[in-house]
Design a protein around this ligand. Structure first.
Ligand code: DGT
Ligand code: CA
Ligand code: CA
Length: 575
C-alpha cells in the first residue's frame, strides 16, 4: 500500500494528541509533534526511498525510535502504538481533534462534560449554546468552533498546496508508470499555482484509455470511486480530495490541457476572441468550420487565435490576453532565478538545524547566499535572541564564512515589531547586521489605523530592510491583520525598503494580488523560505508560484540578484 509522508505525519500527530490526552511525558509528545510537522513539508517520498533501499537523509529530530516507527508505517500503513492508543481512548475524540482550535485538552473536556462524540454532535452543541459554558471557551470561541466544524463538514472545503503537490506527484507518477503509455498532466487551479485547490484535474492522452482509467481507479490512495467511464473518471483520495481525470486523443491533448487548466474566466475570454476571428475553441481543439486547425499542443491553441503561449499562472483574465496581444507578457521569475534566501532560522531560535547545516543545505540547492534571521528575544515562544545572543551569532557567522566556500551567510534578524513600531534590540547592534527583517507576531488584532501606523513606523527605522509575511494570514486558520496594505506598499516605495513573499505553504504572504501591486509600484520583493529546517528550502517553489501569479519578473526579486548587486541594494535601503 502506498504511504505518503503526509500519512506518516498524520499518524504521528494523532499519536501526539492521544498521548497528550493521556497526560504522557511532554517531551515525548513534542517529539511526535515535531516529527509530524517536519514530514508534512518533506517532499521526497520516504516509503519509496525505504523500499528501494536508498539511503534516507538525516532528518532533524528523528532518532532511531521514530525512524523505526516510520519504517513500520511504510511497511504496514499503520503502527502498533497508534492502534493501541486508539483502543484506549473513546473513538469520537479523534474527529474532534481534526477541528482547528480543538486540541487534546478541549477534546477531552467536550467528551467528558458534554458527551460529544462526533462533528455533527459538536455542531449541535455549539448551536444549542452549551459549548460556550466550557472553561476558556465563551461565545466567541463557540462561534469560531462552529464555523470550523461547518467548514470541515462542507463540500466546498479547499486543500493546501503542500498536500495537493504531494498527492498529485505520486498519482501522476503512478499513471505514467502504468502500462497505458499515457501522457499525463495536472491541470486546474493546481497548474495555475493557486495557494489552495478545490480538487485536482488530470488531463491525459493514451492509446489505451480503458487501461489508464483502470489504473487510476486502482491507485492505492483512492478512498472512493465516484464515477468511471470510458474517457473520464472521478475518485476521492483517502485525504478527502477529489480527482477528476479526462482522457482525450493525442490530437486534442493541448486543447484539453488548456480547457481544464482554466480559469473559467480566462477560457471565456479566449473563446470570445476566437469567435471574433470566426473560430471555435473547445476541449477537443480549435475549429474553423468543421475542420480542426489546432489542439495537439497548448501553444498551437494560442497560436491559432494569434497569441503567444501564456503561462498558466497568468490565466485569470486579469489582463493576460490583452498583454499577449500587445506582446507585453511579463517575463516571470523561476525557481532557478533565485540566488539566495533572505529569511532563514537556526537552532539559535526555533529552527531545528545549525548554522552550518543550513548553509550546506542551501549550497546544495544551488544558492549562493542566505541571510540568517533568527527571532529576536520578545518572541519568547520561539526562544528569540537577545543582544548578547545576537552578538555571539554575528561572531559565529564571521567564523563560518571564513571557513566555507561557495556559500555566504549574511547577518540578519527577524526583529519583533513592537506595538509602538520600535524594535527590541539596540540600534548599534542592528547597524552591524546586513539586513533586518521586521515582523509582527503580537497584538495581531489592532484596528487597521494602529496596525498600519505601527508597521510604517518600523519601516522608518534606518536599519529596516524587509517586512516579513506582511499580512500575517495563516491559510485556513487566521485572517490577515486589519491593515492598509496599499499604504504599506506605497510607503515601502517611498522609504526604499522591501516586502517579503513568504513561501511557507500556510502563509504565501504577500499573496498574488499584492505581488501585482508591488510590481506596479516598483517595490522589490524577496521570495523567502522562512526555513526552520534544512528541508524547508523545498517550499521556495510555492513562493515562486505565488509571485508568478502576481506577474513578478526576476528583475523585481531582491534575491534573484547576485550577492554583489544585493549588497549594493541593502546598503542603499539603509536610510
Ligand atoms: P478549484 O478546483 O476550485 O480550485 O478551481 P479550478 O479552476 O481547478 O476549477 P474546476 O476544478 O472546477 O475546473 C477546472 C477547469 O476546467 C476550470 O478552471 C475551467 C474548466 N472548466 C470547468 N467547467 C467549466 C465550464 O463550465 N466552463 C468553462 N469555460 N470552463 C470550465
Ligand atoms: Ca480543480
Ligand atoms: Ca474539477
Amino acid at each position: 500500500m502506498l504511504v505518503h509522508n503526509s500519512d506518516i505525519a498524520e499518524i504521528f500527530s494523532e499519536i501526539a494528541d492521544m498521548l497528550e490526552i493521556q497526560d504522557a511525558n511532554p517531551f515525548r509528545v513534542r517529539a511526535y509533534r515535531n516529527a509530524a510537522r517536519l514530514l508534512q513539508s518533506y517532499a521526497p517520498n520516504l516509503q519509496t526511498m525505504l523500499q528501494q533501499g536508498q539511503p534516507v537523509p538525516h532528518l532533524p529530530g528523528i532518532g532511531t525510535d521514530l525512524m523505526g516507527k516510520i519504517r513500520e508505517i511504510a511497511d504496514h500503513g499503520t503502527c502498533a502504538l497508534r492502534d493501541q492508543l486508539r483502543r484506549e481512548l473513546p473513538p469520537g475524540l479523534r474527529q474532534l481533534l481534526a477541528v482547528p482550535g480543538i486540541g487534546p485538552r478541549r477534546a477531552k473536556l467536550l467528551h467528558e462534560v458534554l458527551g460529544v462524540d462526533s462533528l455533527e454532535q459538536l455542531a449541535d452543541a455549539c448551536r444549542e449554546g452549551t459549548v460556550a459554558g466550557l472553561r476558556g471557551m465563551g461565545t466567541r470561541g463557540q462561534q469560531r468552533i462552529l464555523q470550523a466544524v461547518e467548514d470541515r463538514l462542507s463540500k466546498s472545503r479547499r486543500f493546501g498546496i503542500a498536500l495537493a503537490t504531494e498527492l498529485a506527484d505520486t498519482l501522476v507518477r503512478h499513471l505514467r508508470a502504468s502500462d497505458a503509455q499515457a501522457k499525463v498532466e495536472v491541470a486546474g487551479s493546481f497548474r495555475r499555482g493557486r495557494e489552495t485547490v478545490g480538487d485536482l484535474d488530470l488531463v491525459a492522452s493514451s492509446s489505451r484509455p480503458t487501461a489508464l482509467i483502470a489504473a487510476f481507479a486502482a491507485f492505492d490512495g483512492v478512498g472512493q470511486v465516484l464515477a468511471k467511464g470510458s474517457t473520464r473518471a472521478s475518485v476521492v483520495l483517502r485525504q478527502g480530495i477529489q480527482v477528476d481525470l479526462r482522457v482525450v486523443a493525442p490530437v486534442s491533448f493541448g486543447a484539453a490541457l488548456h480547457y481544464f487548466t482554466g480559469s473559467r474566466e480566462h477560457n471565456i475570454a479566449l473563446r470570445g476572441l476566437a469567435r471574433r476571428n470566426g473560430l471555435k475553441i473547445n476541449e477537443y481543439g480549435v475549429f474553423s468550420a468543421e475542420e480542426r486547425i489546432a489542439g495537439e499542443t497548448e501553444a498551437s491553441v494560442f497560436k491559432a487565435v494569434g497569441l503567444p503561449w501564456i503561462a498558466p499562472e497568468l490565466r485569470e483574465n486579469r489582463g493576460e490576453i490583452e498583454a499577449a496581444q500587445q506582446e507585453q507578457l511579463p517575463d516571470l521569475v523561476q525557481l532557478s532565478d533565485l540566488k539566495g534566501d533572505l529569511h532563514v532560522h537556526t537552532r539559535s531560535s526555533d529552527g531545528r538545524n545549525s548554522l552550518r547545516e543550513m548553509a550546506l543545505a542551501a549550497q546544495q540547492r544551488g544558492l549562493d547566499y542566505i541571510a540568517i534571521t533568527d527571532h529576536s528575544s520578545s518572541l519568547a515562544v520561539a526562544g528569540g535572541l537577545d543582544a548578547d545572543g545576537l552578538a555571539r551569532q554575528i561572531d559565529d557567522i564571521d567564523a563560518l564564512n571564513a571557513e566555507l566556500h561557495g556559500i555566504v551567510l549574511l547577518k540578519g534578524i527577524e526583529a519583533e515589531i513592537r506595538v509602538d513600531g520600535s524594535f527590541d534590540l539596540p540600534d548599534d547592534l542592528l547597524r552591524r547586521l546586513d539586513l533586518v527583517v521586521g515582523a509582527v507576531h503580537s497584538k495581531m488584532d489592532l484596528p487597521s489605523e494602529r496596525q498600519t501606523a505601527r508597521i510604517l513606523k518600523a519601516m522608518d527605522h534606518p536599519c529596516f530592510t524587509l517586512l516579513a509575511h506582511p499580512s500575517g494570514r495563516l491559510l485556513g486558520e487566521r485572517e490577515p491583520y486589519a491593515l492598509d496594505m496599499n499604504r504599506v506598499i506605497r510607503h515601502a516605495r517611498e522609504r526604499g525598503c522591501f516586502l517579503e513573499v513568504n513561501s511557507q505553504p500556510s502563509r504565501l504572504d504577500l499573496n498574488d494580488q499584492y505581488c501585482m501591486q508591488a510590481r506596479r509600484e516598483g517595490v522589490m520583493v524577496a521570495i523567502d523560505s522562512d526555513a526552520h529546517s534544512v528541508l524547508d528550502f523545498d517550499n521556495l517553489r510555492f513562493g515562486i508560484a505565488q509571485a508568478r501569479r502576481g506577474w513578478t519578473g526576476p528583475d523585481n526579486v531582491l534575491n534573484a540578484r547576485s550577492l554583489t548587486a544585493l549588497r549594493k541594494l541593502l546598503l542603499k535601503a539603509r536610510g
